[in-house]
Design a protein around this ligand. Sequence first.
Ligand code: NAP
Length: 470
Amino acid sequence: MTIGTSENPLRVAIIGSGPSGFYAAEALFKSDLTVEVDMYDRLPTPYGLVRGGVAPDHQKIKSVTKVYDKIAENPNFRFYGNVDIGNDLSHDDLLNHYHQIIYAVGAQTDRRLDIPGEDLSGSHAATEFVAWYNGHPDYRELEFDLSQEAAIVVGVGNVAMDVARILARSHAELMETDIADYALEALNKSNIKKIYILGRRGPAQAAFTNPEIKELGEMEDAEIIVDPSEVALDELSQEYLANANDRAATRNVEIMTKYSEREPNTSKPKQIILRFLASPVEVIGTDRVEAVKIVKNELYKDNRGGLRPRATDQFETISAGLIFRSVGYRGVALAGVPFREDWGTIPNEMGRIIVLETKETVLGEYAVGWIKRGPSGIIGTNKPDSVETVQAMLEDAKAGKVLSPTSSKAEDVEGLLKSRNIQYVTYADWHILDQLERERGAEVGRMRLKFTRIEDMLTALAERKQKITH
Ligand code: NAP
C-alpha cells in the first residue's frame, strides 16, 4: 500500500522536542504526503534548549516557542512528554511502530579541558550551571559555591556570555526573568565580585556575537573591564580583519576597543574582566578550586590558513574559587544508533544516518540539529538543517525506503505506553502546566515560576485536570 496517504499516513517519531525537532515536524507537515508526527521528550516539558538553555534574561529569544505551539496545533501532531527513549520505549519499539525516526536529541553533555585539577570542587561545566539556573530537573540539586569572590569562565562563545551575565546580574534584573526560584535565591546571596572571561585566541577570533558583547557593557551592577593591551591585534589578526570581510568579528573588536578606552565606573559592585590569548593549564587547589594557572598564547597560521593558539613560556595565576568550562557542548550516544565518538555526533549524510565504517545508510533513521552537525549556530540555524533532513526523508519515503513497522497506528503506541504504566504528558497537558507556571509566577510578582521537579509537574497537572473535570 502507498505510504503517505490519508489511509496510510507516513508515521514519523521525532525524539526530542527542541527547535530542530519542531522544524522537522513543520517541514514534514508542509510536504505533499500525509504525515503523522509523534514527538517524544524525556521531560514533561517541550522546547529543549529554548527552555533549558536560552538565558532567562533573553525572553525575546524564548518567544520562538509560539512558532512551535502553532506547529503542534496540526491535528496529525502528538506529543509524548515524560517518555524516556531507551528506557520507557526501546529502539526496537520505535522500529516496530514507525516508518521513519528522527533523532533531535541535541548535545547533552560538555567538552572538557583535560587539564590537571579540572575535577576539583568548584570546577564546573558551564552547561551544568546553565541547566541549573534554568530549572532543568536533572540539574536542580547541583550546588555552586557563590560565596567565592572571583569566578573564571573559560571560552568566549555565547554560552560564556550567558554565564558571565547571569553571575553579574542584579537581583532586580533577575526578578524580571523566569530563572529557577532556587537559583534566584542563591544568586541573590552571591558574593562574586570579579568574573574573568578567558579567550584562548585573540579578540578577533571571539565566538560571541555582537549583541552579546554589547549587553555586557550595559549591566546595571557590573562594569566590563578590557585592558587596551588585550584588544591590541597581532599582525595575523590585523591581516585577517583587513581581508576576510568578517563583519561580526570587526564589530566585536570595535565594541571591545571602545570598552578599553572608557573610564571604568568604579561605583558598580561587580567587574567582568575580558582576557585574550590566555589558556588555563592547571586548576590549583587542595580540597577545592583556589586559583587557575594560565599560559599566554600567541597565534600562528595552520596549514589551512586558520589562526590557532600556541602556548608561550609566560604564565600567570589568577585567584578564583569557581571555574566554569564553557568550551562547547557534546552529543551523547543513543543505544542502537551509530555514533561518532571523535565529534560527538551521529554520522550522517544530509541527515540520513550512516554506519561510519561502511558508509551504509541505516534504513528509516535520520538526525537533525546539534546531534547531526555538532553544537553550533543559533536557533534559526536549525530550520534549514531540519529541512535538509526532511527532504531526504521524503525522497526515501516516495522511493519506498521506509521501515516496516509491525503496527503503525497512533493508538497502538498509546496502548503500549499505557500497558507499561508510563505517565506520558500530552501537548494539551503542557499548556496546562505552562498556565500553572504563569499563575505561580503572578503570585510572587514574577513572569513565571518554573516547576523544576518532574513529580511536582505531574502532581500539579493531575490536580488541575481533576479541577477542570469537576
Ligand atoms: P562556541 O560558540 O563554539 O564557543 C566555544 C568557545 O570555547 C570558543 O571561544 C572556543 O575557542 C572555546 N574553546 C574551545 N575549546 C577550548 C579550549 N580547549 N580551551 C579554551 N577555549 C576553548 O560554543 P558555545 O558558547 O557553547 O555555544 C554553542 C552554540 O550556541 C553557538 O553556536 C552559540 O552561538 C549558540 N548560542 C547562542 C546564543 C544566543 O544566540 N544568544 C546563546 C548561547 C549559545 P576557539 O574559537 O578558539 O575554538
